[in-house]
Design a protein around this ligand. Sequence first.
Ligand code: 99T
Length: 207
Amino acid sequence: MSTMTLFHSPTSPFVRKVLVLLHETGQSDRVALQHAQLSPLNPDAGVLDSNPAGKIPALRLADGTVLHDSRVILDYLDQQHVGDPLIPPGGHARWRRLTLASLADAVLDAAVLIRYETFLRPADKRWDAWIAAQQEKIERALASFEREAIAELSSHFDIAALSLACALGYLDLRQPELDWRQRYPGLAAWYADVSQRPSMQATEPVA
Ligand code: 99T
């Protein structure tokens, strides 16, 4: 039975990270989804009640407590199951994996900013240099993953891997023309593999 409510949109990669963790840890049935259609210019009243920042994901617990953002929610949910944790509890592994996850989130932050800049902002007010600067963040991050992290990512599907997988899925959704696979063949092969996981298949974004 569901005891928690997740404010949700099928295109949000931050929400997807939470759904993937729920799936990987066998907890999907514990969370009911509450759909929220929102943007910075068009906030959702239900979300605003729970998160003054107006962002999803936000997770309402059975006692009414609300958790946000996605990193806090992932940490909480990872402590609610008995299997191997997806966030290492301590030591070097914890800081390394969280740092890789943070870099994946930086890809998402830049990609979502670009999405809002190109989709929401009137065309005559668009700032191309600023969009290009966000795009460079994405390229630098992907180059770093390709150069330094393929073996680590392949070693297990945890907070780092699921965060990057959701980021790459989001790039495919919102920037299908980016063609990142050609520049980052190691990442492309890794992503082709992890995309087959039931947790990734069950959470494919729907535009
Ligand atoms: O910024 C807003 O007002 C509404 N935007 C959001 O709620 C986005 C949805 S992604 N969420 C975040 O930016 C969360 C970021 C936070 N640091 C976290 O949870 O980790 C929607 C993208 C799309 O549909 O294309």
